[in-house]
Design a protein around this ligand. Structure first.
Ligand SMILES: C[S@@+](CC[C@H](N)C(=O)[O-])C[C@H]1O[C@@H](n2cnc3c(N)ncnc32)[C@H](O)[C@@H]1O
Length: 368
């Protein structure tokens, strides 16, 4: 029997380590058994078993008292470290799980940062020809990310001051260095959640700009109502969102459709809505805004539009789909082979006879 624990498992069972720590802490079997939720005789039996296995006493009995031996001290100290490491490990796994749950469908990787920049640049004119505010305005940009839209709107509105915020510290750092590199001086960045701005910043802003955020949040109306409180009476909100259901392409391809639908479903599962563009009008309405105007911004690409083939079909839309490959396959929303065929179908639209079309929606509303 002696030494069997090593032969059998090559390790000391964690339950014995917990037991040793509990007995040492409580000084008696009675109190330790309460802590461990065991009967006193079960605890006594287990202690005897581990002592028999090791062939050495862990505690010396002195009346009702148990005094830890030299071997016991060693087990207590090293065992305590192991149990502590296990707790830390468990917390770390919980943290990863939380981050995973909260994680943006597109994440915060370098390639996603580049994709956001390519997206902003390739469709700048479609989305921003009217992103103009009166000189002297203070504008809040919510969810500026890596600053892909910030650099465009800040340069178009040199007479305005921008407060650009994002919950991602890493993204803010990237945005800051990019804006500095470009020599833009009318933007102040802050890492924060838009929900933390109220009430101290209530009615502080002339205008608010929101781009590609509502599609990712589970309660877009709540966010719009919250933002409403931050705007001065007479001020405005501008929103830009996509709508994956608006995608048209030639030649038609069932696999490509499957890929897009898998993306829409993944986003839905994570609490977002990839087809939110069509809902900007009703959302602004139900959140209290007035004089609402929404305009669809169709990006139509055929072989005459070489810059958009690269910048939009390849580097924006296809890159976005490729970026969620692992997740949609892992979630069982599409098979790997169908996904690959779908991406091929997307790239096929860049051929001489192909076309690709996607519609963004830009909305504008006033706070009365
Ligand atoms: C898809 S990115 C868009 C970034 C940028 N607007 C663009 O168009 O390139 C959405 C961003 O919104 C940020 N975000 C989401 N919820 C937020 C919140 N409650 N407060 C502040 N930022 C938020 C995310 O961290 C992310 O960087």
């Amino acid at each position: 029997m002696k030494g069997e624990i090593y032969k059998k498992d090559s390790m000391i069972d964690l339950k014995y380590l917990k037991l040793i720590l509990a007995i040492d802490k409580n000084g008696s079997l009675k109190k330790a058994s309460t802590q461990l939720n065991l009967t006193q005789s079960a605890l006594s039996h287990q202690l005897k078993k581990i002592e028999d296995y090791l062939g050495i006493a862990i505690f010396n009995r002195s009346g009702n008292q148990l005094l830890i031996t030299e071997a016991g001290k060693e087990l207590k100290e090293k065992g305590g470290l192991i149990l502590n490491d296990l707790n830390v490990l468990e917390l770390r796994i919980l943290e990863i799980k939380q981050n995973h749950l909260k994680r943006y469908i597109h994440g915060y990787s370098e390639s996603e940062a580049q994709r956001l920049k390519d997206q902003a640049k390739s469709i700048e004119e479609f989305l921003h020809y009217d992103s103009l505010w009166e000189i002297g305005s203070t504008i809040l940009e919510v969810g500026c990310g890596v600053g892909a839209q910030t650099e465009i709107i800040a340069q178009k509105n040199k007479g305005c001051r921008f407060n650009s915020i994002d919950i991602s510290k890493e993204s803010i750092k990237k945005a800051q260095s990019r804006i500095k590199e470009l020599g833009i001086s009318n933007v102040k960045f802050q890492t924060c959640d838009v929900y933390d701005l109220n009430p101290k910043e209530a009615e502080r802003y002339d205008h608010v700009f929101v781009c590609f955020i509502l599609e990712h949040v589970s309660e877009p109306e709540k966010m719009l109502q919250h933002i409403y409180n931050l705007i001065k009476p007479g001020g405005s909100i501008s929103i830009i969102e996509g709508d994956h259901g608006s995608t048209l392409f030639f030649p038609e391809n069932n696999y490509t459709r499957k890929v897009i639908n898998a993306q829409i479903e993944l986003q839905r599962k994570k609490g977002g809505n990839a087809n939110i563009g069509r809902q900007i009008y009703p959302l602004l309405q139900s959140s209290g805004y007035s004089m609402i105007e929404v305009s669809p911004r169709q990006i139509y690409v055929d072989n005459n539009k070489k810059a958009l083939i690269k910048g939009f079909i390849e580097n924006t839309f296809t890159a976005m789909m490729k970026g969620i490959a692992e997740d949609v396959i892992h979630e069982g929303l599409i098979s790997k082979s169908d996904f690959e065929l779908g991406i091929k179908g997307l790239m096929r639209t860049t051929n001489k006879d192909g076309i690709f079309s996607y519609t963004f929606f830009k909305g504008h509303g006033i706070k009365k």
